[in-house]
Design a protein around this ligand. Sequence first.
Ligand SMILES: *Cc1c(COP(=O)(O)O)cnc(C)c1O
Length: 221
Amino acid sequence: MEILKSLEKELSAYKAQLVAVSKTKPVSAIQELYDAGQRIFGENRVQELVEKENALPKDIQWQMIGRLQTNKVKQIASFIDLIHSVDSERLLLEINKRAKMEDRVIDCLLQFFIAEESTKQGFSFEEAQSLLKSPVYLSLQNIRIKGVMGMATFTSNHDQVRSEFARLRGIFEQLKAEHFPESGHFTEISMGMSGDYALALEEGSTLVRIGSLLFGTRNYH
Ligand SMILES: *Cc1c(COP(=O)(O)O)cnc(C)c1O
C-alpha cells in the first residue's frame, strides 16, 4: 500500500489524521487497508456501515461522513466513533437520546455550509452560535462536540477552495474561543478530500477524508 504510506507521511507533517472513505468499496478492500495499519474508516450510508461493521475487525473506528437521517441514528449508536455530519439541532437531540440508551457519549462534528453549491448541507455560523448557546444544547449529556466539518465547492479554482477552507477554520477558531475555551476536546477540523486535501492541510485541517485516491474511483450502482 504505497499510497497509504505516502499519505501517512504527508499527514504526519501536519499532525492530521486520515479517514479512509470506503463507501461503495467491498469488505476485502477495507481489510487490505486494515492489514496495512489503517484503523479509521468513513462511510456515508447507514445500511452499508452496519453491514461492514458486522463483517470487519472490532477495533476499526467507524465514522459517519454523510447526511444522517434521524430515524437511522439508532442503527449506529452502539458503535459509531465520530459523526462528522451533524447539521441540525434535531439530529443532535436524537444522537444524544440514542447515545444515552447505549450508556455512552458520541463524538460529533458540526457540519458547516461553506461551498457555493446549494446541494451541500450544514449550519450557518449564526445557526451554530444560537444552538451552542441554547439551554437545550447545554443540557445534553451524551454527545460531545469535537469540532467542525465542511466540504468545499467542487471547482478547479484553488483560490476559491482555499478561501472556503480558511473560512471553516475561522469558524472553528471563533466557536472555540466563545464556546469551548477550556475544553481539551474541541480540536478537530474535518476538511479535504482526494482532490483538495493538500490545500485543506495548509489551511489547518486535522482530519482529511480520502476515498478515491486510496481505493480507486467509485462505481455507483
Ligand atoms: C465521498 C466523500 C469523501 C471522499 O471523496 P474522495 O473524493 O473520493 O476522496 C469525503 N467526504 C465526504 C463527505 C464524502 O461523501
